[in-house]
Design a protein around this ligand. Structure first.
Ligand code: CA
Length: 141
């Protein structure tokens, strides 16, 4: 449950890990490296797929979602909220220094969530692969 005053962390490895509709690998949970939280992170293993978070918002409104991720090459992701492409999609992530230890939290997007259950989904955008995702932080604006 989210509160208006604080952000809630939602681990990627606890979210639904998706196959793309056109086949390809399903991202899996990896525990390499260090600095991630929860029980690991979502690793695309050079395949397609996505991560689908179910976010339960206490009230309708605008929320800021901040992604914690790691990558050493550019891998954009398509972003949908409740099935609709976000205005910021595809979302660009920055190049870090490592795939599983230098977790960046410098990509945020403001999204409108409904009261109750919402689906925030990122999918491999270009047929390549995606960053490793540790978690998202969700805060009410
Ligand atoms: Ca994690």
């Amino acid at each position: 449950m989210l509160s208006a005053a604080t952000s809630t962390l939602c681990e990627a490895e606890d979210a639904m890990l998706l196959n793309p509709t056109d086949g390809g690998a399903t991202p899996g949970v990896a525990t390499d490296g260090s600095g991630w939280t929860g029980t690991g992170f979502a690793d695309f293993h050079s395949g397609n797929g996505g991560v689908s978070w179910t976010l339960n918002a206490p009230q309708a409104g605008t929320y800021t979602i901040t992604f914690a991720y790691a990558e050493t090459e550019v891998r954009d992701m398509a972003l949908t909220v409740n099935g609709t492409a976000a205005a910021e999609s595809p979302l660009s992530f920055n190049i870090g220094s490592d795939w599983n230890s230098n977790w960046l939290a410098d990509v945020s997007v403001a999204v409108v969530l409904n009261a109750g259950s919402n689906t925030v989904e990122i999918m491999v955008n270009d047929g390549g692969s995606g960053p490793n995702f540790d978690k998202v932080a969700v805060a009410h604006n």
